[in-house]
Design a protein. Structure first.
Length: 161
């Protein structure tokens, strides 16, 4: 399956982009085709930047509330992918990139990704009250501030006196 995806991504997609570029260039002319590619790249990059900052602010707000910003992370990946697609010359990639910048399209992608990942993901919340695994692999109780062992060393005296 991975080989098929790699084949589509690195062989078929560039050939399709090249075919569409040639077709558009023969219809509207080479200069207009280049101008359209540059225009879409400039406008698309600006839109991706604007959406990226908006998502980043939402990410920070969600994090400050103490919630996991999983929706914002998926939105951010979509906008990043949109920016890459818009930066690379080609009309098919530009169309896909512009679609990824639309919030309703991203909302559908986010719901699909989160639905699929929630069934496969376990969230572990780190606390200081759980057991501590020593580097030797031994399980010992949590540190309470007092030394639980007496090996003759003075752990509390770190000044060297």
């Amino acid at each position: 399956m991975g080989l098929l995806i790699a084949l589509l991504l690195f062989v078929v997609a560039p050939l399709l982009e090249l075919y569409v570029l040639i077709q558009v260039g023969s219809e509207i002319g080479v200069l207009w085709t280049i101008a359209a590619l540059i225009g879409v790249s400039v406008v698309g990059t600006w839109l991706a930047k604007r959406e990226g900052f908006r998502i980043f602010r939402s990410f920070l707000e969600t994090s400050r509330k103490g919630e996991v910003p999983s929706r914002e992370m998926v939105h951010g990946v979509c906008v990043l992918l949109a920016g890459v697609l818009l930066f690379i010359p080609g009309f098919i990639g530009d169309a896909l990139g512009l679609l990824l910048l639309l919030p309703p399209v991203r909302a559908v992608i986010v719901s699909i990704v989160l639905r699929r990942s929630n069934s496969r993901t376990t969230v572990i919340t780190a606390t200081y009250s759980g057991p501590i695994v020593d580097t030797t692999g031994e399980l010992r109780p949590p540190h309470t501030g007092t030394s639980n062992h007496d090996d003759g060393s003075d752990d509390d005296n770190r000044s060297g006196r």
